[in-house]
Design a binder for this molecule. Structure first.
Ligand SMILES: Cc1cc2nc3c(=O)[nH]c(=O)nc-3n(C[C@H](O)[C@H](O)[C@H](O)COP(=O)(O)OP(=O)(O)OC[C@H]3O[C@@H](n4cnc5c(N)ncnc54)[C@H](O)[C@@H]3O)c2cc1C
Length: 326
């Protein structure tokens, strides 16, 4: 039930489906998939994003998501590009929103600008401190403390569909896994309809999270828990991503990639990429057999690596893609 501050959602005549609805619609391949993009910094990067968008469009993802830069640094670009995805493509966009550096009034206005751009699916996140993501979290004096509060704020504003983040290894600030599970369950109880996980390197971590949530609250455990997968194409990138998120790369996985990278001053990019595609495919295939509702690929705004993984999973990319973009 919307609260006192309602936001006019522009597309009420023909509202966009929710992610949960989209996940039960027909899809190619063994399981629905989705793709994460980030807002590009300049015109060249934006042209590259749009090439990836058009390629993915032909592959039929259940949804695509657009991240929100640290500290609100991409607020206009996130809303604009997610809006363009909503109005100029056949894709269903989810716009991320974080609480960092925003007052409650600003958050309400941002949700309003998403609605103005035709966005009704929002991923509600607390965000990390800008600069050093592992540094001290300081709440905006008139802002919210936790993602759970942001879920409620968005739900109170109108007919939005909200998702949240989850962490197979536990969030790096959570004192233990039980606390981390409680956080996720509380976000779902607050109205989140699904969660998308941080990228991870061990499928067992994902399965244990799923079990913990199911044990803690079977009703919330029935909501989609969507694994985040990154097809690794460069060792340097993945090390940086793992550092920023506090993820641990298991020793055997590190060894596999290090062997491919070689001992030279420069890593052997082609060999690392080949291992990265193999590794992502193995993880994705196992997750499919474990009955996940969707595979969420962190694309870094490139389509090729994810398309290769999808093809190996049995998605017919050949009929969907022109030869040049494969
Ligand atoms: C799929 C995905 C997408 C992301 N997209 C973005 C993005 O676009 N932009 C961006 O800047 N960051 C993004 N992030 C990173 C995310 O913002 C950070 O990981 C952040 O540190 C945690 O956000 P959260 O929403 O999980 O926070 P919360 O759920 O609020 O949790 C933050 C910490 O507070 C603790 N906590 C929560 N509630 C309580 C409570 N009631 N009492 C005590 N402790 C509590 C939790 O255990 C956790 O340690 C993304 C992460 C994921 C997994």
């Amino acid at each position: 039930m919307p609260g006192p501050y309602t936001v006019q959602v522009t597309s009420t005549a023909n509202p966009a489906p929710s992610i949960v609805e989209r996940l039960s619609a027909p899809h190619r391949g063994p399981v629905p998939f989705s793709v994460e993009f980030f807002p590009p910094r300049d015109a060249e990067a934006e042209a590259r994003l749009w090439r990836a968008v058009r390629t993915f469009e032909r592959l039929g993802p259940a949804f695509v998501s657009m991240t929100y830069g640290a500290g609100g640094s991409t607020r206009d670009r996130t809303a604009r590009i997610a809006g363009e995805l909503a109005t100029q493509t056949t894709l269903l966009p989810v716009a991320h929103l974080t609480a960092v550096n925003h007052s409650v009034d600003e958050l309400r206005a941002l949700v309003g600008s998403y609605a103005d751009n035709g966005i009704t699916n929002i991923l509600a996140l607390r965000g990390d401190p800008p600069g050093d993501p592992l540094g001290e979290w300081v709440r905006h004096p008139e802002g919210v403390e936790y993602a759970e509060d942001l879920v409620r704020l968005i739900a109170d504003l109108g007919d939005f569909h909200v998702g949240v983040a989850s962490f197979p290894e536990g969030h790096h600030r959570a004192p233990d896994l039980e606390h981390d599970t409680r956080t996720l369950v509380n976000k779902l109880r607050a109205g989140a309809e699904y969660s998308i996980t941080q990228m991870f390197f061990d499928v067992e971590d994902f399965l244990r999270l799923r079990d913990r949530v199911n044990r803690a609250d079977p009703e919330q455990g029935a909501k989609p828990l969507i694994p985040g997968i990154m097809p690794i194409t460069s060792l340097a990138t993945v090390r940086r991503m793992a550092e920023l998120s506090g993820s641990v790369i298991p020793a055997d996985v590190q060894e596999r990639f290090a062997a491919a990278a070689g001992d030279g001053a420069e890593e052997n990019r082609e060999a690392v990429r080949a291992v990265g595609i193999d590794f992502a495919t193995e993880m994705a295939a196992r997750l499919v057999t474990e009955g996940v509702p969707c595979l969420h690929f962190c694309s870094l705004n490139f389509a090729k690596a994810t398309s290769e993984v999808l093809e190996r999973l049995g998605v017919d990319t050949r009929s969907a893609l022109p030869a040049a973009s494969r």
